[in-house]
Design a protein around this ligand. Structure first.
Ligand SMILES: N[C@@H](CCC(=O)N[C@@H](CS)C(=O)NCC(=O)O)C(=O)O
Length: 326
């Protein structure tokens, strides 16, 4: 059967979690909106809320983990028994939760606003993400590998590679792109995950795919975005981790104020001041109201038209990337 994948053509996003297993298995598939003359589909039944969407014969499937639940056994990338399949699905859903948090680091307030309009909040979020959530998720999956005696710690589920391993590969390369310093700081705690990443990258079909034009490069519109100011920033005074440059907010963005972070209280206060300042301009308020209006309209419509080949995340005027949820 020829699978048809519908996903934003310019980004890896959640679509990549579907592309990877299709590529790994050498499946017959079309990445419709990346193909020449690829047109959006009219779906009358089982209308998806958001992409990725997979059309498989008469089936129209959405929700990344759900698509993988379906594809896994068909591509021989899932355990045979129900217990194993549910375990794989559970891990995939945990990855889905993690992805939301990755997204919310650069868009903590709303996906419909520009990153620039939520920078102070993003910086605040990034501190907690780097300090608490990143080590927690990584540590959890490292332990899952450690405990999987069936594969001697080589794969997350069962004795062989599954779609969850491919997803984990994608998360790890995404984190490397978006949070290189934070990841480097934690490297020594996740040897099994890093070995898994190399193992997946070395699989011939994956290696060929990564080197091909089918693999969309990481960029500033996807889930994983490289904003140095959101990576590895540490609160000083706690004495832990040097990855953030000893209390300096690394990178150009200075989202939390002029480069240095002087401990929690100061930082929080400055962030709050900035928030208040940035909310005070009348034109900004109008812009936000308009953005809110747009998202309310979207919500009222019940669903997002997911498959527009033209990227609606770019403003024609400024050319700046908008922060839709990816
Ligand atoms: N839980 C869904 C999330 C789907 C999702 O957020 N899709 C993004 C692209 S990655 C989108 O276009 N969302 C539009 C929206 O949420 O308004 C999944 O895992 O597939």
């Amino acid at each position: 059967m020829r699978y048809r994948l519908y996903y934003w053509p310019e980004i890896q996003g959640r679509g990549e979690f579907i592309r990877l297993p299709l590529e790994y298995a050498g499946a017959d598939y079309v990445d419709v909106l990346r193909s020449r003359n690829g047109k959006d589909i009219e779906i009358k039944k089982f209308t998806p809320f958001a992409p990725p969407t997979l059309v498989a014969g008469k089936r129209v499937l959405s929700q990344t983990a759900n698509i993988l639940l379906y594809l896994g056994p068909r591509l021989r990338l899932a355990p045979k028994g129900e217990t194993g399949r549910l375990w794989a699905h559970q891990l995939q859903l945990t990855i889905a939760d993690w992805l939301v948090e990755v997204h919310d680091v650069h868009h903590p307030i709303a996906a419909s606003l520009y990153y620039d309009d939520q920078k102070p909040e993003a910086l605040r979020r990034s501190l907690l993400f780097g300090k608490e959530r990143l080590p927690k998720f990584l540590g959890y999956f490292e332990r899952v590998l450690e405990k999987n005696r069936e594969s001697n710690g080589e794969y997350l589920v069962g004795a062989e590679l599954s779609y969850v391993d491919l997803s984990m590969f994608q998360v790890l390369v995404g984190l490397e792109y978006a949070f290189p310093r934070s990841l480097a700081r934690l490297e020594s705690t996740i040897p099994l995950l890093l070995a898994l990443k190399e193992r997946v990258a070395a699989r011939p079909r994956i290696a060929a795919y990564l080197a091909s034009e089918r693999r969309v490069p990481f960029n500033q519109h996807g889930l994983f975005r490289s904003y140095p100011e959101l990576d590895g920033v540490e609160e000083s005074g706690r004495g832990k981790g040097k990855a953030g440059g000893k209390g300096k907010a690394g990178g150009k963005g200075k989202a939390g104020g002029r480069g240095k972070t002087r401990g929690k209280g100061t930082q929080t206060k400055r962030v709050r001041q900035r928030s208040e300042q940035s909310g005070s301009g009348a034109s900004l308020r109008a812009k936000r109201l308009a953005a809110g209006e747009r998202s309310r309209k979207r919500a009222a419509g019940g669903e997002v038209a997911p498959h527009k080949p033209k990227d609606p995340r770019r403003s024609r005027r400024s050319g700046k990337a908008k922060g839709r949820r990816h």
